[in-house]
Write a protein of this length. Structure first.
Length: 339
């Protein structure tokens, strides 16, 4: 892994060179609400101690609504056409470990029994410049799911702050190396005798539960009365799933755009909705919220590990921060750990 020292004034130059290549540049919004396309290098928001954005970067790989193909009817014939270019060359500049780790987790799902060309092409055409995270609050639990504030899992380039105001730039993989080569920058190699890494804040998320113990309990407690205690609070609004970096439920529908034409689209969906599993007959195998929240917890900490040997959670805390009634999956999993 190659490491470079980048002065503070050269960070904008890095962003400027990316824009000169004609690539789409995405960064955290100044108010940490979401990720946005930026047109000027000075609009890049590189903040190590800001909280994770309210919305994750997931939608740049797995959009809320995505056209699979267009169709047009002509008597007994149906003409299909592909959507326009959907995966431009992109750099996501900034983002915390609990966000960019999601791609590696979701890649296993989107290449399981079917290779999703839409997801894969977006991943292939995107370079992630991630940052160390110097933020922590009561909702953070990345260390409980195998990550950490300085984890570079999922990043192509990783930035660590230096005491003098610049950054150490770790080039993680060939994709990161190709971007650096294309930018043709005059970079200074990192020398630990000349450049000092800024110390991490003393407050780092403590390990709150043992994910292996949680899975062991889930293996044998599908019918536990514990699940009934969760249904009194959860509203089933799906906020938690929509802000989650790794929730990936979707449905596929045909939407008419005219009398004889339309499009087939993939839309985000959520297992917390009452109609998510409702059959055409009217039968619903998850008719109550307790059953639906059991599915959410079990999917993340049992079913996904069973299938892919990976926890379907990055410990970002977005679900709890945005929940209108204070449901916190960390507290629930922590309670399971004690059970």
């Amino acid at each position: 892994m190659k490491q470079y020292a980048l002065a503070k004034e050269n960070i904008n130059q890095l962003a400027s060179k990316i824009l000169e290549l004609g690539w789409r540049l995405i960064s955290e919004s100044p108010d940490c609400t979401d990720y946005r396309v930026v047109k000027k290098p000075e609009d890049v928001n590189l903040n190590f101690d800001s909280k994770p954005t309210n919305l994750s970067m997931k939608e740049y790989f797995f959009p809320r609504t995505e056209t699979i193909f267009f169709y047009k009817k002509d008597k007994n014939k149906i003409e299909l056409s592909d959507p326009p270019e959907f995966a431009p060359k992109t750099v996501i500049f900034g983002g915390k470990p609990c966000d960019f780790a999601a791609n590696g987790i979701l890649t296993k799902l989107f290449n399981w029994d079917y290779e999703d060309v839409f997801f894969n092409r977006r991943v292939e055409n995107t370079v992630i410049i991630g940052t160390r995270c110097d933020y922590s609050d009561e909702h953070c639990f990345c260390t409980s799911v195998g990550l950490s504030p300085d984890s570079n899992k999922g990043a192509d380039i990783f930035l660590v702050p230096l005491t003098e105001g610049g950054v150490r730039m770790d080039v993680i993989n060939p994709k990161g190396e190709e971007l650096i080569k294309a930018l043709n920058l005059n970079l200074t190699e990192y020398d630990e005798t000349k450049h000092k890494v800024k110390e991490k804040p003393s407050k780092v998320p403590e390990v709150r539960f043992n994910k292996d113990k949680v899975k062991q309990w889930l293996d044998g407690n599908f019918e536990s009365p514990f699940w009934e205690t969760l249904s009194d609070t959860c509203l089933g609004c799906a906020q938690c799933a929509y802000v989650c970096p790794v929730c990936h439920c979707f449905d596929i529908v045909d939407e008419p755009t005219g009398y004889l034409e339309g499009r087939r689209v993939k839309n985000w969906d959520c297992c917390q909705f009452g109609i998510f599993t409702k059959h055409a007959s009217g039968h619903n195998p998850r008719a109550h919220q307790a059953e639906r929240y059991r599915q959410r917890v079990s999917h993340k900490f049992k079913y996904y590990p069973d299938k892919f040997d990976e926890v379907l959670c990055t410990g970002c805390g977005r679900c709890a921060r945005g929940c209108g009634v204070g449901v916190d999956i960390r507290e629930i999993v922590e309670a399971i750990d004690k059970l």
